[in-house]
Ligand binder design. Structure first.
Ligand SMILES: Nc1ncnc2c1ncn2[C@@H]1O[C@H](COP(=O)(O)OP(=O)(O)OP(=O)(O)O)[C@@H](O)[C@H]1O
Length: 253
């Protein structure tokens, strides 16, 4: 990490994404430095999930570019540099796999075709489960976990993977205050290890305590910087004051 300390882990230049007639993201430019927690804040439909999906290459932009660690997304994913936690409803929780199986998936990039875990891999899975407090539930089917436990499984998988950038879409939704504060402590520890975290949240009051910087999104970036400077009454009125849908119609692409 040392030689590229200031190189952005995530760079988005003039990104545009359109679904049919809905312009979900328009001219979005963002850079995120290593070792930072960045809160992504915006009203429902402001494009937060779309931004995560574009960063992961899961939706095709119609304008602009994305790079992670100076690499195209496909390369960064291949090198296991980035981990993504989608919104809970985007995951098939009935899938017949255990908690430990899901965490082990973080190691697949390093395993051979047989995907057979060696002793060191098993201990990486155990360590990751220990760090998120799920060691005792390692054999449980993922569908039999609470909402907060499900989120922690994903974080454990990112830790096992040793991802340098975590993209977390609404990790605190449906999570009680105690679990949320445990998760925030964990994210800060991961940040202190030099990882970066982009995390979407609706918790405006909690954002300054959670994050080093904040982005206010409303189809485009309304503000990006220190959370206390971003979350001003004026900016919040712009982002939340009116239930304005992102620009729809033919867009400008
Ligand atoms: N697959 C899709 N097809 C068509 N429109 C979509 C699709 N996915 C998202 N949209 C639209 O794109 C816009 C941005 O949606 P997105 O899910 O990115 O917002 P969000 O900020 O993540 O919302 P939320 O806080 O509700 O999760 C919205 O107007 C939404 O209706």
């Amino acid at each position: 990490m040392s030689t590229q300390q200031s190189a952005p882990v995530l760079q988005v230049d003039h990104l545009g994404v359109t679904y049919g007639h809905v312009r979900a993201l328009d001219d979005v430019s963002i850079a995120l430095a290593p070792g930072r927690i960045c809160a992504l804040i915006g009203v429902n439909g402001s494009g937060k999930s779309t931004l995560f999906k574009a960063l992961m290459g899961l939706v095709a932009p119609d304008a602009g570019e994305v790079s992670l660690f100076g690499l195209p997304t496909t390369q960064a994913r291949k090198r296991q540099l980035v981990a993504y936690m989608p919104q809970t409803e985007d995951v098939d929780w009935t899938f017949p796999v255990s908690v430990a199986d899901v965490v082990a998936m973080g190691l697949y990039g390093r395993l051979g075709l047989t995907r057979r875990l060696r002793a060191a891999d098993r201990s990486a899975v155990d360590d990751a489960l220990e760090r998120v407090g799920l060691a005792e539930l390692r054999r449980r089917q993922i569908g039999q976990l609470s909402g907060g436990q499900r989120k922690r499984v994903f974080i454990a998988r990112s830790i096992a993977q040793d991802a340098r950038l975590l993209l977390l879409d609404e990790p605190f939704a449906g999570v009680d205050r105690t679990s949320e504060s445990t998760m925030i402590d964990l994210l800060k520890t991961l940040r202190n290890e030099g990882r970066s975290v982009l995390v979407s949240t609706h918790d405006l009051a909690g954002a300054p305590a959670l994050s080093d910087e904040a982005i206010l999104l409303h189809g485009s970036v309304l503000a990006h910087g220190d959370p206390t400077e971003v979350l001003t009454p004026q900016n919040l009125a712009l982002a939340f004051g009116q239930a304005v849908a992102p620009t729809s119609g033919e867009g400008d692409s």
